[in-house]
Design a protein around this ligand. Sequence first.
Ligand code: FDM
Ligand code: MG
Length: 224
Amino acid sequence: MTGTSQQTRTQRGALIVVEGLDRAGKSSQCEMLQTYLKEQGHSVKYIRFPDRTTPIGKLIDSYLRGSANQEDHAIHLLFSANRWEIAKSIEEDINSGITVIVDRYSYSGAVYSAAKANPTLSLEWAWQPELGLPRPDICLFLSISAEEAAKRGGYGAERYENETMQTRVRELFRTLFERQKDVYVVDAGKTLTEVSKDIQNAVLNCLACLDTIGSLRKLGPLAK
Ligand code: FDM
Ligand code: MG
């Protein structure tokens, strides 16, 4: 068997993004999905954005904690740069057969910045630096109502964790997902187990389609 034919037999990993508002259960579901996929025999990595460990990530961390201020466009570009600095390693992992689960991605990036209602920071503007990043094979959006979110306890102490921002973010996610494909909405108001079952089914369908999708794609512009 030649090297080439062997390569075509190794299926690439999938890029799975999990998005949602604060307290939608993203981190718990990412953990559960990771465990499930490993049990199924997949190689899996779980990462999250922002990645607060890099030099750029440390600037973002101090901004989110409120110990530093940044101009709206500048911090937006830092969040994007934090994805670009990790994009290559995501691509390499996927090409070597590892499935990568990502907790928040470009969608949070565009939506949280646009939610600031800065007149020169529209959703379109915010999406631009994301063009060309690895495109998720599936984006799972964990959807919870404002009422359910309120039931799950108070907001944390970080920037953006307040009613006004969360309401705008919820609306902007809806707008964005009308203009970006590959989004699978999960009703995250159900129990942990029910939600994880829904996620598993969606992911299994996605994995079954990888051959049809072909190689990892790149994020493109928003639909009109
Ligand atoms: N956030 C996250 C952004 O504003 N832009 C981004 O690109 C990303 C990835 O950072 F409020 C916001 C969303 C959230 C905060 O995320 C930190 P976690 O997942 O709550 O730690
Ligand atoms: Mg948070």
